[in-house]
Design a binder for this molecule. Structure first.
Ligand code: FES
Ligand code: FES
Length: 205
């Protein structure tokens, strides 16, 4: 299919994909990364004062951030609202959708279900730390190649789970992958292509 401008469905989706993983990109490559890194590394962030705030030092994507936060702040809200790393998405905020998946010490967790203050000393990785639009992680590249998304909202969580899955005991079949990815919901129903993308990476690993 192509319209008068010669834009085929495939090339359209391909461009959308670049945006999607870069929904991940907004995600991701937003100025956020560039702005935050030099300012916060190893230094107290210049943030709005918070009543009853406590000092917390977090290591996110290899950078140490000295923060003052409300002790009730979830890791998800801390990443998105305090550090402005908005690639990690809030879907349900109740541990049911997986959109907020990040890695803590190499293992995937739902960042909406844990307090930021509990993670001093931990290695936290978000989608912004996985790759960039110019240098994507193989899983990000595979999601683009296999159209593993539609709207892209669940995509960063799907990719973070998929990367963690590579190091988990997972059987070889599509059913095995579906089982281990069952904590990540996609309202667009992109599941077949998500599985394709993951299996492609597993088969080339
Ligand atoms: Fe954390 Fe849905 S936002 S599981
Ligand atoms: Fe839209 Fe998954 S791509 S929710």
């Amino acid at each position: 299919m192509s319209d008068e401008s010669g834009l085929s469905r495939r090339s359209f989706l391909s461009r959308l994909g670049a945006v999607g993983v870069a929904t991940a990109a907004p995600v991701i490559a937003r100025p956020v990364h560039a702005e935050v890194a030099p300012v916060v590394t190893g230094a107290a962030m210049d943030l709005e004062p918070v009543e009853n705030a406590i000092p917390v030092s977090l290591k996110v994507n290899g950078k140490t951030l000295d923060l003052k936060i409300d002790p009730r702040t979830s890791l998800l809200d801390c990443l998105r609202e305090t550090i402005s790393l908005t690639g990690t998405k809030k879907g349900c905020d109740h541990g049911q959708c997986g959109a907020c998946t990040v890695h803590v010490n190499g293992r995937r967790i739902n960042s909406c279900l844990t307090l930021a203050a509990m993670h001093e000393g931990d290695e936290i990785t978000t989608i912004e730390g996985l790759g960039s639009p110019e240098n994507m992680h193989p899983m990000q590249a595979s999601f683009v190649e296999h159209d593993g998304y539609q709207c892209g909202y669940c995509t960063s969580g799907q990719i973070m789970s998929a990367v963690a899955l590579l190091k988990e005991p997972c059987g070889p079949t599509d059913a095995d992958v579906k089982e281990l990815m069952s904590g990540n919901i996609c309202r667009c129903g992109a599941y077949p292509n998500i599985v394709l993308a993951i299996q492609a990476v597993r088969h080339t690993a």
